[in-house]
Design a protein. Structure first.
Length: 265
């Protein structure tokens, strides 16, 4: 399928089904303008509808991932702020969008990921960062509590003492400190970020789409479901997976000592 054209984003799919969503405001370190905030979840949901998309990579153009909200484009007067932060529907929110789509999502963090950008990176299932990456929850330094679901996402990833250190002190974590705190899955030299991201994305793209999609949903459900409800859902997903061609291919490839060729069927 052909993707829509976006003002602040680039969206592209390669021959392996790896889709790359690039935040494309490099002149401002990809700060999140009102337009970008609106376009990101729309683009993510569009990828979710693409049957040929196997994995989504989110990254930033130029030197940064995202430096956070575009302060120049943020209303300063109270009425304008109230309008900006009116309750929003799930379709307007990138966290809901990422958790709704079946594809695994990787954040390839190539530079600063601050505020809104930190939350976007934290919303991905995997984070691969270059040694030039920086992570900051700087909301309190601007007189704000965490936004963009940062207060929800960070405690799911990092130990609480590190979350409070980052949020209360507005501290910027360098890539190594972020790795030690559990915020980063993989840390590589800046020159290797693209290659490593492609390596991981390709591994996911070659994986079984049905099993990956159900695993993603099961893990998120496990965060909020009681054990009995979760066990019922797990039984349902296993029955579906056991009847798939991908399951048979997994067995055949193991017995034949070759790489599996999953088709998502």
């Amino acid at each position: 399928m052909a993707y829509s054209t976006y003002e602040t984003l680039l969206l592209d799919r390669d021959e392996h089904g790896i889709v790359t969503l690039t935040l494309n405001r490099p002149e401002s370190l990809n700060s999140a303008s009102h337009k970008m905030v609106a376009e990101v979840p729309k683009a993510i949901l569009e990828v979710g509808e693409d049957l040929d998309a196997r994995v989504l990579v989110i990254t930033g153009a130029g030197r940064g991932f995202s430096s956070g909200q575009d302060m120049k484009g943020t209303p300063q007067e109270v009425p304008g702020l109230r309008k900006r932060y009116m309750p929003r529907t799930p379709e307007d929110n990138f966290v809901f969008a990422i958790r709704k789509i079946p594809q695994p999502v990787i954040a390839a963090v190539n530079g600063p990921a601050v505020g809104w950008g930190l939350s976007l990176a934290a919303a991905a299932e995997l984070r691969i960062a270059s040694d030039k990456a920086r992570f900051g929850a700087v909301w309190v330094t601007r007189g704000l509590p965490p936004e963009a679901q940062g207060g929800y996402l960070l405690p799911q990833i990092m130990p609480l003492p590190k979350v409070f250190e980052m949020v209360f002190l507005g501290k910027i974590f360098d890539a190594q400190e972020a790795k030690e705190a559990g915020l980063i899955n993989i840390l590589v030299p800046h020159s290797e970020l693209q290659a490593k991201t492609h390596e991981v994305a390709l591994k996911l793209a070659k994986g079984p789409p049905i099993a990956l999609a159900m695993a993603k949903r099961a893990i998120y459900m496990g965060l909020r479901q009681d054990l009995d409800s979760f066990t019922q859902y797990e039984s349902l997903t296993m029955r579906i997976a056991l009847q798939s061609d991908d399951r048979l291919e997994g067995i055949r490839s193991f017995l034949e000592k070759r790489e599996p060729r999953f088709k998502g069927e």
